[in-house]
Design a protein. Structure first.
Length: 278
């Protein structure tokens, strides 16, 4: 095709269907590429790279968080894809992209975020490159900010309405869906730092004890009882910040551990992952 040849509507539509770019962008790319379809795709991709580079310093605190579990309930994933504005986060094409990424993540179960980005999106392009194309089309900074996974005997999931917060949680055995979801909701609502006391990092324990001692010292408490007061504050921290020791949100007179024991006395929580936007 010569440089003066007319770009047909069919060619523009084909490029649009392949890349998802706007009609005018596709026409311009084909014109610049002198009708070379593959070169036009590369032009659109570079356009996305330029937009991504120009907006790299922007904050992308909006977006969508999704959780998915496998049909057998033994695998679960969380994916957070961020955008600059809520307007884009509610865009149908953006939402479809996030849904597809989550489906691929559950199917392929990559080890980390970088491995997820390297996976094929549709057999011809990687997730990373598809995201770059979408950036060029939408004109905002978009990023796959976090990806988490769990593989165990039972994984439950919870997505808070609005898709700004989601949780996956693992159990040692196949407990009921209701119990699994309820405890996942607990993690969403109360944001524990660990499953139990024994899982709290030593540096966190040391910090909480030091804070407790310092507060007691400022209150004028005698030096010889500062450690005892600090231990009391640490126990309060455990009750508020470790999942199994928290008050169960649906019935405050019992702990999450007690609720789980009532649901299935042999089940244990293995781990949980929580992602919240912002």
């Amino acid at each position: 095709m010569t440089a003066t040849a007319t770009i047909s509507a069919a060619e523009v539509n084909r490029l649009r269907q392949t890349t998802g770019a706007g009609m005018m962008d596709c026409k311009k790319a084909l014109t610049e590429a002198n009708g070379d379809f593959d070169k036009a795709i590369e032009i659109l991709r570079k356009q996305g790279q330029k937009v991504a580079a120009s907006r790299a310093a922007r904050d992308a605190k909006e977006g969508i968080v999704l959780a998915k579990t496998s049909a057998d309930g033994k695998k679960g994933i969380l994916v957070s894809v961020n955008a600059e504005t809520d307007f884009v986060a509610r865009n149908e094409e953006f939402a479809s992209f996030v849904e597809n990424v989550a489906t691929i993540a559950l199917d392929k179960f990559p080890a980390n975020t970088e491995a997820l980005k390297a996976l094929s999106f549709n057999g011809t392009i990687s997730i990373h490159d598809k995201l770059t194309e979408l950036i060029g089309k939408i004109g905002e900074k978009l990023e796959i900010s976090r990806y988490e996974n769990i593989r165990t005997e039972k994984v439950a999931a919870y997505i808070h309405p609005g898709n700004k917060l989601a949780v996956i949680i693992g159990f040692t055995k196949n407990i009921s869906d209701d119990a699994g979801r309820n405890i996942a909701m607990q993690v969403a609502a109360m944001a524990p730092v660990s499953v139990d006391k024994s899982d709290v990092p030593q540096e966190t324990i040391d910090r909480e004890l030091e804070i407790g001692r310092e507060l007691a010292r400022k209150e004028g408490k005698p030096e010889n009882i500062l450690d005892k007061i600090a231990q009391g504050k640490l126990n309060k921290f455990y009750a508020e910040s470790t999942l199994l020791n928290q008050e169960y949100i649906r019935e405050a007179k019992k702990t999450v551990a007690q609720y789980l024991a009532e649901s299935d006395k042999d089940a244990k929580v293995t781990t949980f992952k929580r992602i919240a936007l912002g």
